[in-house]
Design a binder for this molecule. Sequence first.
Ligand SMILES: [Zn+2]
Length: 323
Amino acid sequence: MSAAIPKGILGYARYKLKQISYSKESIEVNVELERDSRHNHLCSVCNQKASPERRKERTVKDLLFHGWKTFTKVEYYEVRCKQCGIRVEHIPFIRPCARATKRLEQAVAWLCQHLPLTVVALYFSLNWKTVKNIDKAYLEHRFEAPGLDNITVIGIDEVSYRKGHKYLTCVFDLNDPHLIWVGPGKNKETLSKFFEQLGKERGKRIKAVAIDMSKAYIEGVKEHCPNALIVHDKFHILQDFNKVMDRIRIDEFKKADEEYKGFFKRTKWLLVMNPLRLKEDGKMRLSQLLNINMPLNTAYTWGEQLKQLWECVTVAQFNKALD
Ligand SMILES: [Zn+2]
């Protein structure tokens, strides 16, 4: 019995099947295609008619066909386009220079949203770098790079990954809050790459930059955004204040008489948490600790006053409160 598989299912538009061979040993199907000469050659960049220059061949990976690994060999031409110059011709089911068919790339990109790259690579028997490139091309196509033209207020922060061993620097547009740039690392050089992309003129238009107190970021901002105010946000300042608080707690614990040491136990978070969110037991232990230790009591009061600064709505109010 023999029957032909309908062309619409194979999905090789503008091409004709030349030959199909298979190997039982390697569970592999090899499909060979030839151009259907009734169709014009089209430029892969602008999709306009172009004249053929040189015949070429390429073998790309395709989706599994009934469980068989599938490779598709296509002939195509290098073409001369009036607008774009020398390019490769448009193949409807393969992106220019890709190593896989579009349908395989779509399957890879979809799975990458749900599984680690390495698992996707294993499933399709692809090199993980190929999977990474497919995913990257898909994401670039799906999410255009955000424009940098109208930004005036930005926030810069770092995030860690690989259990805190590696860092990314993230830049946000704070007027219309969204992420606009990400680069590996957290030093001045990383940030310079963002500012290079931003350019001098747009850099001058930045009015304010919210950053933590890292010297690297401050230097970078001063150099590239000469008109920007540097703003340290509440979260970062309190984070630093909390470190001071903990240092005092440890020092005071060491100095404390034996009979008072018990009051310090499990108080690290009580000292930095919002007091309104403490439970009864927490409130009681905190108040006992602050009653027996004057330095911690003073630091705690200052901390509460520090938080109040962000309630001020004018610079004058803020300066008065700071004094
Ligand atoms: Zn063209």
